[in-house]
Design a protein around this ligand. Structure first.
Ligand SMILES: *Cc1c(COP(=O)(O)O)cnc(C)c1O
Length: 417
């Protein structure tokens, strides 16, 4: 089926949850996607931060082929070879002790929330009074299932489905005084994204993150870091919290974890894990042999190809070039992020939308989050010349827009290389 036909059928048969861009991708190679006409697109979004190793990576293809011939699914009632091997890798790289495997980000997040409630119950049984409330942050995003939307800030994700899970308070982002004011013995966990993703690529300040750690420790509440978007090397370290030198009690991983095969993980301390015993929590598909084999291959490829250092290097270059661009375009009001998790905030939602579609016309895939924030989550394999191509295209689009809007600033000269 070609695009127009597919679009017509989808309009009739699917729940209208997405407004898709009018492009039909049928393949990919490296950091490029290929559409039905064979046209190549530079991908700076990676399927929303999932395709860390791009497209057609031999290590992923080999793992899928090998494991699909051997065993795809067993259920969690039996052993298979993948979970232990993957757990060794994840605990080593996160600095935490134990893993629960799930399928998606939101399922991992639900597991983390349940763990926090169970852990608080354990503390109460041990004679330590602690409540059941969660502190989440404004602009947070943790997923679409009930616990996850309940801890997600934007009303549009929560309110149509109310009542959502009770017991959640939102703290103003990076506002230490508000955090102190809202924290109490009633709180069982503080929930953060070290760098907020959907909320607009906003890093926590060191002061705020450290205060969250101190407060949680003072009562036995858990500090839970959602690294579903920022984790697995995107920021140049395995987890973004490692840039802060702060260890949470629990972290959640998903998006890039198995290079495009669905897989999520909750990773936690030995102390938090005391709250869970056999039969309390589970999943049919989570941590299956196929997903685990691919995740092992992804982690090994990231190390073999030295992609943490690469993400840091190309990410720094990308951020520098975005700052140069911002210096000559008033429409860019801020540039943020770390490694290959970057954003350029524009001064209007309309311009942000236009920029995404103009980039797509130039065969470059980006997206826009929080209305005005251009988001860049490229595959870890991206090179500086790809960045240059994107910066040139952004410069062209913003220059044309400024000219059309009758602005007086001259066409900007942004390229140094
Ligand atoms: C995407 C995302 C989720 C939800 O993951 P799904 O796999 O879509 O359920 C949760 N938290 C963060 C930070 C995310 O970026």
């Amino acid at each position: 089926m070609k695009l127009e036909k597919i679009r017509a059928v989808e309009e009739r048969l699917l729940l209208p949850t997405y407004e898709r861009s009018a492009v039909l991708f049928v393949g990919g190679e490296g950091v490029h996607l290929i559409d039905e006409n064979g046209d190549r697109y530079l991908d700076l979004l990676s399927g929303i931060g999932v395709n860390a190793l791009g497209y057609g990576h031999p290590a992923i293809e080999e793992a899928i082929a090998r494991q699909s011939r051997a065993l795809i699914h067993t259920s969690n009632l039996f052993f298979h070879e993948g979970q232990a091997e993957l757990a060794v890798r994840l605990t080593g790289r996160t600095g935490l002790d134990r893993v629960f495997f799930a399928n998606t980000g939101t399922e991992a997040w639900e597991g983390a929330l349940k763990l926090a409630r169970a852990h608080a119950g354990l503390l109460r049984n041990e004679g330590k009074p602690i409540g059941t409330r969660f502190l989440a942050l404004e602009q947070s995003f943790h997923g679409r299932t009930f616990g996850s939307v309940s801890t997600t800030w934007k009303a549009k994700y929560r309110e149509p489905f109310g009542p959502v899970v009770p017991g959640v308070d939102f703290v103003r982002f990076n506002d230490v005084a508000d955090l102190r004011a809202k924290f109490s013995g009633e709180v069982c966990a503080i929930l953060v994204e070290p760098i907020q993703g959907e909320g607009g690529i906003r890093p926590l300040t060191k002061e705020f993150f450290a205060e969250a750690r101190t407060l949680a420790t003072s009562t036995g509440a858990l500090l839970i870091a959602d690294e579903i978007q920022s984790g697995m090397g995107r920021t140049g370290k395995w987890c973004a919290y490692q840039h802060y030198g702060i260890l949470p009690d629990v972290t959640t991983l998903a998006k890039p974890l198995a290079g495009g095969i669905p897989l999520g993980a909750v990773v936690c301390t030995e102390d938090a894990a005391r709250a869970i015993h056999a039969g309390m929590h589970g999943t049919t598909f989570g941590g299956g042999p196929l997903a685990c084999a691919v995740a092992i291959a992804v982690i090994d490829a990231i190390e073999k190809q030295n992609l943490l250092a690469h993400a840091t290097e190309v990410g720094d270059y990308f951020q520098h070039q975005l700052r140069q661009l911002a210096a000559s375009h008033e429409a860019i009001v801020d540039v943020r992020g770390r490694g290959l998790m970057l954003a350029a905030e524009l001064d209007s939602a309309e311009l942000a939308k236009l920029t995404v579609s103009e980039m797509l016309k130039r065969r470059i895939v980006i997206n826009c989050t929080s209305d005005m924030v251009l988001r860049f989550l490229p595959p870890f394999l991206i090179e500086c010349p790809h960045v240059d191509r994107a910066i040139d295209a952004l410069n062209e689009i913003l220059t044309e827009h400024a000219a059309a809007a009758g602005a007086t600033q001259p066409a900007a000269q942004t390229q140094e290389v």
